[in-house]
Design a protein around this ligand. Structure first.
Ligand code: ZN
Length: 280
């Protein structure tokens, strides 16, 4: 099953067309895309059995984030060995670095993003997992049952702010407006042959700069849910940015950052793509 946020309304995406959930359910489920995660099991049961009307065509530019207002966003650093190495860090053991992307940075999949002045703005394609059931002290073996679905994410990062000062400012440097596009829709885990092995890629102006597979995550989606939920409860509708593979601009020689006019396309196998254009 795929759900999306079309112009602020929750829709099911069926054969590439949008079915409005509030209308199709006679008001049983609200149009608010964020509210559905509170009743995820009930919603899934309804959607699986519902006699849905024909959908309508839509433009991806009209999509918002399928998870527009999470209570918590947990973002994971250094979760692929090749990216940890290019960043000049050792691979994490025990618990990976965790920061947040503040929720105001979340957008839909197709956007224009203003570059912070005097910054070094970089790309990080990531698999995003959205929680569908409260998770507290969850075992790895039970973790996928707490995931509503997966989406493509871009952890856009301004490296000057991120690395300034006596301790890194990961959360601020990664939370400028538009720095957390998520989409183009949410795909439930059952849609994948293996949700633990998905290819992710990103390209700048058509040139591929990142290519990896989620099987190479140091902490897999279930491992992250288990270790994070041992510390704090993960709530329905919470977002986890799971980390990025090698190929970011910071790790290149010479370093390379985004410039006005650049187009960034980020893809995860079996989900879809994000498309960001950068403005001065
Ligand atoms: Zn990241």
């Amino acid at each position: 099953m795929r759900i999306a946020n079309l112009s602020g309304r929750l829709v099911l995406v069926v054969d590439g067309r949008a079915v409005d959930v509030e209308h199709a359910s006679d008001g049983r489920f609200s149009a608010d895309p964020q509210a559905v995660y509170e009743r995820w099991e009930e919603f899934r049961s309804w959607a699986a059995a519902a006699d849905l009307p024909a959908g309508t065509a839509f433009e991806s530019a009209d999509l918002g984030s399928p998870v527009p207002a999470p209570r918590q966003v947990l973002a994971i650093g250094l979760n692929y060995r090749d990216h940890a190495a290019e960043s000049g860090f050792g691979a994490p053991e025990g618990l990976p670095p965790v920061f947040t992307k503040f929720a105001t940075s979340i957008t839909g999949p197709v956007t224009e993003v203003r570059l912070p002045a005097d910054g070094h703005t970089d790309w990080e394609v990531e698999l995003v997992a959205v929680i569908g059931r409260r998770a507290e002290g969850v075992l790895e073996a039970d973790a996928w049952a707490h995931v509503a679905g997966l989406a493509v994410g871009q952890d856009i990062s301004e490296r000057v702010a991120q690395l300034a000062g006596p301790a890194p400012q990961f959360s601020l440097g990664k939370s400028y407006p538009g720095f957390a596009p998520i989409g183009p829709w949410l795909v439930t885990p059952d849609e994948f042959d293996n949700p633990d092995d998905l290819e992710l890629r990103c390209a700048v102006n058509g040139e591929e700069v990142q290519k990896g597979r989620t099987r190479d995550l140091i902490f897999s989606v279930p491992a992250l849910i288990s270790r994070l939920s041992a510390v704090l409860p993960l709530l329905p509708g919470d977002v986890i940015f799971t980390g990025t593979p090698a190929g970011v601009g910071l790790g290149r020689d010479p370093q390379r950052f985004l410039a006005a006019g650049d187009e960034l396309v980020s893809t995860v196998e079996g989900i879809g793509e994000l498309r960001q254009t950068f403005l001065a």
